[in-house]
Design a protein. Structure first.
Length: 607
């Protein structure tokens, strides 16, 4: 409650009290007129300013006209009571809208205002504003991290839900990245400050979510347009009714039910609630326009590397070509030869051996051969690991393994061809389930665009159930592919890493960036940013968007359409008067508000 809010409460109470005293015959009509003028002043001011600056006739103008018609038409008490009730309704609506906006920060969390700074003289508590980049702060169990930075000492478990929406804490050790606003569940961390204040990921998230309200959804713009042309139609309708009935009481009643107030409330509050709900789940939606578009998308386009796959080579098959070796022995010798190599394929071989629990010995000798592989001596045996050219150049007779979808790593032991280890880019966990969920939500086609070769792309697509594959594409080819889909009448969402796919993300109707946590480019490149590399978040974002769009439709149909049609009908039949209409008018406001804010709590799959 601000000072302005208390002044509004006082204005409502004074106007209502004087109306009651006049009704009891305790004050003259002139005092009531003054009270009505005091009550109408803020409405007239707001209405006139909206009319001048935004060319919009809102509830304020309607209430003013209804009150003046009632007063000058001899329904003075009804006019005063009507104005008081409408003022109360407007006050409640504005207060609840402000609370919904404020809930964004409370849903996501907050950053502490003080930090425990480590200095040569020990530790001291300082305000966040006094910290500098490079300062080391200590964060103990149960405390929130005040800065973005990296761990320089200690170990701990950090709950990153405010950033990523993931409830499972992450283990953090030396050189691990941490974010402001997250909570140390266990252990203690010394963190070297890298970003402060408004530069932190948390602050950027808050700013993006708060600014999202400015990006009006198409349905909201439509509501504003409907309100604009509805107003002259309403006034013509009221003039016709007056000439037929000559009844001021009916006109005042109709003015209440023909107000476009709920049209203005029906959409913005839903968008605020939906964007806040998504942010709590680690999904940043930059405006209602993208929320509505995502709900209507019928084609989802995915980049392959780093999006559907983890961009991490992984051993998928070990094929022995000699009876002298079994799979484990072949993998163990190859891993021993590769353990000193920094090549991504060598790392994949070593990781596969470690996962199987194989004892990988140190090689007695090791040589990296550029563009070929490695030559090593393992337990007295000469081991070659690399491409077919390496083995042939070393005099090894072999039939080279060819597999367009996987990379073959050939292994020879003591001059004999021993086998092939096949390596492929690992699929993201849950990728197939996430794509199936999107199709179940109404997405008609799922398309993969990649610069990789066609055989690899087709293998990934077959495993994930993707409808269409376009391979060996340059960045400009991806943009052209999206433009082609749009030309066919589709609404297209593009999912990429937020940096390499920036042109395609910008071209799509909705651009979705994977893994925005801590990445400024990812936050800015797309319309929607996922704070983790979890494909299930895309299905969750669409579920939130579809629920929000359905809620808007409910608000417009029930909260505005049904209630107002029934009210106008009752007024024309003479069943209700101005005071009853003003009381009933509270119904749509409350209904729209409750239906909108339930998005913050209602169960939505994945959110």
């Amino acid at each position: 409650m601000t000072r302005e809010r208390w002044i509004e409460v006082a204005r409502i109470l004074v106007t209502g009290l004087i109306a009651l005293l006049f009704w009891q015959g305790l004050v003259p009509v002139e005092v009531l007129w003054v009270a009505i003028a005091i009550g109408l002043y803020p409405l007239v001011k707001t209405g006139v300013l909206d009319l001048i600056h935004e060319r919009k006739v809102g509830t304020e103008i309607f209430v003013t006209v209804a009150t003046l018609v009632a007063v000058f038409g001899g329904e003075t008490v009804a006019g005063a009571v009507l104005m008081v009730i409408i003022l109360i309704a407007e006050f409640i609506a504005e207060l609840n809208t402000d609370r919904a906006r404020a809930s964004i920060k409370s849903l996501i969390g907050s950053v502490p205002q003080v930090a425990l700074l480590r200095t040569e003289g020990g530790e001291r508590s300082v305000p966040i504003g006094e910290l500098k980049v490079g300062d080391v702060v200590l964060v103990r169990p149960g405390e929130k991290i005040p800065v973005d930075g990296r761990v320089v000492a200690g170990q701990g478990s950090v709950n990153e839900a405010p950033i990523t929406g993931e409830s499972v804490p992450k283990d953090k050790g030396i050189d691990a990245q941490v974010f402001a606003g997250t909570v140390v569940d266990a252990g203690a961390l010394d963190i070297r400050t890298e970003r402060l204040g408004t530069d932190t990921t948390f602050s950027r998230i808050i700013a993006l979510v708060e600014n999202a309200e400015a990006q009006a959804a198409p349905v909201q713009k439509l509501a504003d347009k409907v309100a604009a042309w509805l107003i002259p139609v309403v006034f013509v309708f009221l003039i016709v009714v007056y000439f037929i009935t000559r009844d001021v009481r009916t006109i005042v009643t109709l003015l209440i039910f023909t107000s476009p107030a709920e049209l203005g409330l029906a959409t913005p509050l839903v968008m605020i609630a939906a964007i806040a709900r998504a942010a709590r789940s680690g999904i940043l939606i930059k405006g209602g326009i993208y929320l509505e578009t995502l709900a209507k998308v019928d084609v989802m386009v995915f980049d392959k590397t780093g999006t559907l796959t983890a961009n991490r080579p992984e051993v998928v098959e070990v094929s022995c070509r000699s009876n002298a070796f079994d799979e484990n022995t072949l993998l163990r010798l190859a891993a021993a030869a590769d353990r000193r190599s920094a090549h991504p394929l060598a790392k994949a071989v070593v990781e596969a051996a470690n996962r199987k629990g194989l004892a990988v010995p140190e090689p007695e000798s090791f040589e990296q051969l550029q563009g070929r592989g490695v030559r090593a001596t393992v337990e007295g045996r000469a081991v070659l690991v690399g491409n077919a050219a390496l083995l042939r150049e070393s005099g090894v007779s072999l039939d080279a393994a060819e597999d367009g979808a996987r990379t073959p790593v050939h292994v020879a032991v003591d001059g004999q061809f021993a086998g092939v280890i096949f390596i492929a880019d690992a699929l993201r966990p849950g990728a197939r389930e996430a794509l199936a969920e999107l199709k179940a939500s109404g997405v008609k086609r799922i398309v993969m665009l990649t610069g990789d070769n066609a055989a690899t792309a087709q293998a990934v697509a077959a495993e994930l159930g993707i409808d269409e594959v376009r391979a060996e594409l340059m960045p400009e080819d991806k943009v052209a592919a999206i433009a082609e889909l749009q030309a066919q009448g589709h609404r297209v969402a593009m999912v990429g890493d937020g940096v390499n796919d920036a042109p395609a993300l910008a071209k799509a109707d909705v651009g979705i960036a994977m893994g925005g946590g801590g990445t400024q480019a990812a936050l800015e490149a797309a319309d929607i940013a996922l704070m983790t590399d979890d494909l299930a978040k895309i299905a969750a974002a669409r579920a939130i968007a579809r629920r929000a769009y359905r809620t808007v439709q409910e608000n417009l149909f029930v909260g505005v359409g049904v209630v107002h049609v029934l009210g106008i009908t009752a007024a024309l039949l003479g069943w209700i008067g101005p005071i009853q209409a003003a009381i009933i008018h509270l119904g749509p406001d409350v209904l729209v508000f409750v239906n909108s804010v339930k998005l913050l709590k209602v169960r939505i799959k994945g959110a």
